[in-house]
Design a protein around this ligand. Structure first.
Ligand code: EPZ
Length: 418
């Protein structure tokens, strides 16, 4: 099991380039199944989850070519199998994103139920309900979603809860369905917009992506395309917090500042100086005092749940007390006991972590439990006194491209232990 050894106390200074968004790449790779032609996807991040999705497509007989530049070519014309087996799906729940495209284009899909993960039960009832509304015949048996459909028909789909991948699955199913589909209470995340723009570039007819009401006119088929994935707002937010927590000055390149608004606002409240240009953001914390901030996670454009652990870490060494409330997932405080081992003063009250800033965290052996919790532990280690060893860092590799190289390049004392 690989580990990261991090010696705290270095203010991060310099510049780093943000990679393509994991949570846009995954639905876009699945969406390539919808195309009659070749699909080229650029700015794909080199992440474990992306490798898993490429493996899944390959298992289906889809021709996937990954170039050194991490540009990926997909040609689904060779597809021979419409299933996503448990051994792959259990390692990455986002595999469920092949369900909509397989059903829409090939009329059949057998996709393992993803099962829960560390942060929650992660049900998929909204995915199934939406596809049934489009006329799919879906049976859930032996841990698999067995879906069949002669031809999907457009419908009015209402989401009882805002679901990012639920919205994405139904959106992808609707683009080849007969007639009009309305997605009501749709997710508004930038990654949903990026998927919609990708589908439109192949000839899909979609309006309203980014709002809570998306309208799709089904078309007969989709052509090939070349598309570039948008920058990862969560990686960007994580690096901004790294600069803030260490009292440094870091510029991020190839970002979309608009997508970072909720995060930037909170970091300014925490005392950081932040400037932004068209495709860059710079945070300066030198000589400034970190103030604790209150956070409540919300679907976009609210404060992202994927940045919650990072802000618990930030609050743990800030002046004052910050209340962090998690409204999206039922068990997303797995980082708290690990941070407490490092001396953080955190009390859990239901879905709220009350974080009282301490002068100094202490290095300790800690364990990553899920992707963003592990990011929170890395951030805490960057300011802890001594050398922290973070175990089970395969969680980090799922969502952060070359995290130790990027952090080392801006001054962190970090190395990977085999
Ligand atoms: C996406 O997960 C992201 N993953 C998550 O990022 C992110 O945390 C989450 O959205 C919220 O922003 C990808 O995009 C691949 P949801 P998703 O469906 O789509 C409930 C990361 O760190 N729900 O928006 O699975 C669900 O239990 C990952 O990169 C149902 O009840 O999340 C949750 O409480 C972690 N029924 C809420 O909705 C359903 O059918 C939001 O979940 C689906 C979801």
């Amino acid at each position: 099991m690989e580990k990261l050894a991090i010696r705290g106390g270095h203010a991060l200074c310099g510049e780093t380039v943000i990679s393509g968004a994991k949570n846009a790449t995954l639905p876009i790779l699945a969406g390539a199944l919808l195309s009659d032609g070749k699909v080229r996807i650029a700015n794909v991040p080199h992440l474990r989850d992306v490798t898993t999705m490429v493996q899944l497509l390959g298992r289906m007989g889809v021709d996937v070519l990954v170039h050194d530049s991490m540009e990926v070519e997909v040609d689904a014309s060779t597809i021979s199998d419409f299933s996503a087996p448990y051994d792959l799906v259990k390692t990455m729940r986002a595999s469920i994103l092949v369900l909509g495209p397989l059903l829409a284009r090939f009329g059949a899909a057998d996709v393992s139920l993803p099962g829960g993960c560390a942060i929650g039960a992660r049900p998929v009832d909204l995915h199934v309900k939406g596809l049934r509304a489009l006329g799919a015949d879906i049976e859930i048996k032996d841990g698999y979603i067995r879906a069949r459909a002669e031809k999907l028909k457009g419908a009015h789909v209402f989401f009882d809860a805002v679901s990012v991948t639920g919205t994405e699955n139904i959106l992808m199913a609707a683009v080849l369905a007969e007639g009009e589909t309305v997605l009501e209470n749709a997710a508004r995340e930038p990654e949903v917009i990026d998927l919609a723009n990708f589908l439109i570039s192949m000839g899909a007819q979609i309006t309203g992506a980014g709002s809570n009401r998306i309208i799709v006119q089904g078309v007969g088929s989709l052509s090939g395309t070349s598309y570039r994935v948008l920058p990862d707002r969560i990686e960007a937010g994580t690096f901004l917090v790294a600069a803030a927590i260490t009292g440094g000055k870091v510029r991020l390149r190839k970002v979309v500042p608009l997508h970072l608004e909720a995060i930037i606002q909170k970091l300014r409240q925490a005392g950081a100086g932040i400037e932004a240009g068209d495709d860059w953001v710079e945070l300066d914390m030198r000589g400034r005092k970190l103030q604790a901030v209150d956070i409540t996670t919300d679907p976009y454009p609210g404060f992202p749940t994927d940045m919650q652990a990072q802000f618990v870490a930030l609050n743990s060494v800030a002046a004052g007390t910050g209340a962090v409330t998690e409204t999206i997932f039922e068990n997303r405080f797995m980082h708290v006991p690990e941070l407490q081992r490092m001396g953080a003063d955190i009390g859990l009250q239901g879905h709220t972590a009350i974080v009282r800033g301490v002068k100094q965290l202490r290095a300790a052996p800690v364990m990553a439990t899920d992707l963003r919790a592990s990011a929170g532990l890395v951030l805490a280690a960057l300011v802890a006194d001594g050398e922290t060893v973070v175990d089970r860092i395969y969680h980090i590799d799922r969502g952060y491209e070359c995290i130790e190289e990027k952090l080392r390049n801006i001054g962190a004392d970090i190395r990977r232990l085999a």
